[in-house]
Design a protein around this ligand. Structure first.
Ligand code: 5GP
Ligand code: ZN
Length: 114
């Protein structure tokens, strides 16, 4: 989608640190990391957020989870643990309206969601 920053990253029109790519998903380092590991995992197809998931495209969520598992293993945090976070809509603080999951780890994140 035009003017979508994550679509531009996926198409490599703007630079980013891509750490993972397959036919459906890209993973790249967050520009403003909150932990030693902070990767954004996005579908190559533009979807604004979870509200646009339906029966036809829901398999992308499984693909994102499979990518998260692989990236976590690659970064050697799969046994210590990590958090996979999705923000959907303004009240959740979503700022980029291209579906993405934050893979966060590399330190103890505590037990609280908020
Ligand atoms: P949200 O708040 O929408 O869940 O998260 C958006 C994330 O995208 C933020 O953590 C922000 O740091 C990251 N981000 C925004 N613009 C860019 C960019 O141009 N490149 C990269 N790598 N990350 C970005
Ligand atoms: Zn997009």
């Amino acid at each position: 989608m035009e003017n979508c920053i994550f679509c531009k990253i996926i198409k490599k029109e703007i630079p980013s640190s891509i750490v993972y790519e397959d036919d459906a998903v890209v993973g790249f380092k967050d520009i403003n990391p909150v932990a030693p590991v902070h990767i954004l995992i996005v579908p190559k197809t533009h979807l604004a957020n979870v509200n646009e998931i339906n029966e036809e495209n829901a398999d992308i969520i499984a693909k994102i989870h499979l990518a998260a598992k692989k990236i976590a293993k690659e970064m050697n945090i799969h046994e210590k643990g990590y958090r996979l976070i999705n923000n959907c809509g303004p009240d959740a603080g979503q700022t980029v309206f291209h579906l993405h999951y934050h893979l966060i780890g590399g330190k103890n994140l505590g037990s609280k969601i908020l």
